[in-house]
Design a protein around this ligand. Structure first.
Ligand SMILES: Nc1ncnc2c1ncn2[C@@H]1O[C@H](COP(=O)(O)OP(=O)(O)OP(=O)(O)O)[C@@H](O)[C@H]1O
Ligand SMILES: [Mg+2]
Length: 262
């Protein structure tokens, strides 16, 4: 009996260590992205004398530093047995903030467009994690573009029956979603063989450069948010990632009911 208990303890311990390893790997990865954002803003400042542009770059560095703090906070919270922090998130605003972080990294001959639907769009979840997802998708999009030219278009909008990708996404998931963040690039596209594997941890085609953790983390994160991460791609034409999310009112409701005892 005692032996069994010891074995179970050992098992729980190993499982926890594995989770910590995965989390640490993911956080290291996201941390790197933020360091790139800071480096991008610094390079930008070195090249620009315009006071307004420099002010914006300083602001970006400030935001990236705060995000990095949030990330280490997450790791510490986990080490203490805590969970992630849930709040009500204006996803249009979240995407705009991510745009500010990302813009200094966009090359001159690349075009970044962000289109946010005017309707209010609120999701419930962990702000830092969702922002990392969007940042990861933007970085992947950029890495897929040819050096000389290319376009990245981000859209935040309500989900309608005819929203591209939604029918296909629903075939894989029974989540009910209200909003979508679409990240589209005019890059190299993904072959069907590669597409099957992109969400696997450590799967990468960027030998020596990528960790292959970006999409695995994003996938896990969106699952935790009761959403769906979906991809559609045409080799040689480009790729679009879809982050489908339920509205805050939908995911908060059960908690409210539970709280009132109904
Ligand atoms: N927008 C995209 N266009 C083309 N291929 C993509 C795109 N996004 C992801 N991929 C493919 O999916 C793979 C996995 O992506 P993921 O973000 O998980 O890791 P990575 O980008 O290779 O590494 P890291 O994120 O650590 O830099 C990539 O190596 C690439 O082959
Ligand atoms: Mg990546």
């Amino acid at each position: 009996e005692q032996e069994k208990d010891a074995l179970r303890d050992r098992f729980v311990y190993l499982e926890r260590m594995e989770a910590v390893g995965k989390l640490a790997g993911g956080i290291a990865h996201d941390f790197n992205n933020l360091l790139h954002a800071i480096q991008g803003s610094l390079d930008y400042m070195a090249r620009n004398d315009d006071p307004a542009a420099r002010k914006q770059a300083v602001k970006n560095i400030d935001v990236a530093t705060k995000r990095a703090e949030d990330l280490t906070g997450q790791l510490l919270a986990y080490a203490r047995g805590g969970k992630y922090e849930v709040s009500r998130i204006d996803i249009g605003k979240l995407v705009r903030e991510t745009e500010d972080l990302f813009r200094p990294m966009v090359a001159n001959h690349h075009d970044l467009r962000v289109v946010v639907h005017p309707d209010p769009m609120f999701a419930s979840g962990d702000r830092t994690q969702l922002q990392q997802v969007v940042l990861n998708l933007l970085l992947n999009a950029q890495e897929a573009l040819p050096e000389s030219q290319g376009r990245i278009t981000v859209r935040v909008e309500p989900v309608l029956d005819h929203t591209p990708g939604w029918k296909n996404a629903q075939e894989r998931s029974d989540s009910v979603c209200d909003f979508v963040i679409r990240v589209r690039d005019s890059g190299c596209g993904i072959s069907p063989e590669v597409e099957k594997r992109i969400f696997e941890p450590f799967f990468t085609t960027k030998t020596g450069k990528g960790t292959g953790m970006g999409l695995a983390m994003a996938y896990g994160c969106i699952e935790n948010h009761h959403g769906v991460l979906h991809v559609e791609s045409q080799e040689g034409e480009g790729t679009e990632f879809f982050v489908f999310l339920p509205s805050a009112s939908r995911t908060e409701l059960p908690e409210i009911l539970a709280a009132t005892g109904d």
